[in-house]
Design a protein around this ligand. Sequence first.
Ligand code: ATP
Length: 215
Amino acid sequence: MSNELVKIPQATAKRLPLYYRFLKNLHSSGKQKVSSAELSEAVKVDSATIRRDFSYFGALGKKGYGYNVSYLLSFFRKALDQDELTKVALIGVGNLGTALLNYSILKNNNTKIEIAFDIDQNKVGTKVGQVPVYHMDELEKKLIETDVQVAILTVPVPEAQPVTDRLVQANVKGILNFTPARLNVPSTIRVHHIDLAVELQSLVYFLKHYPSEEA
Ligand code: ATP
């Protein structure tokens, strides 16, 4: 991540990929300007927040004109390091891991799952979605060799912590944790947690208890 991005608030930084994806589509459809109202409608973020976010990027929309799409895109590309490819490892090539390896959106961005690991001999030595699967015995050696510092974790829950400890030892700095396990890591390691079951439950809860909120 660039230094510029470090200075902007985390909440703003989290919205960057959302803005980026929408602006990329706008740009490829030939649109040169966009208003904060249009953006707001598309990305479902209120326009005051969008204006505040964009002011951090030095992009001040002109009244009645809107924002320059190319300017914003080039800013986001730099801020999100879209020009720089980040190599990612995936640990645990089960049902979810396999789905992620085959998920084409992950291939076309600035991140690429380069290498996968499993303990199942039937999976080791194969390729899933063009990604080679290695045995866990080779984890540290391969990660250091390929300089991979980001890992996606899709192992069974009891394996999550021991595997994480090994990832930390192998110089991994960021972990996208798809397991329900809460991971203990040193403060220098960043973990983002995606618990699909919890997210789904929470969606159902909100639908039940706040049915008219959206409307
Ligand atoms: P499957 O049907 O292939 O078993 P699953 O997602 O239901 O998929 P899980 O038991 O969640 O299976 O395991 C996910 C994957 O993690 C499996 O491919 C399994 O071989 C692998 N795995 C289990 N333990 C480890 C470990 N310690 N290190 C790496 N991979 C592991």
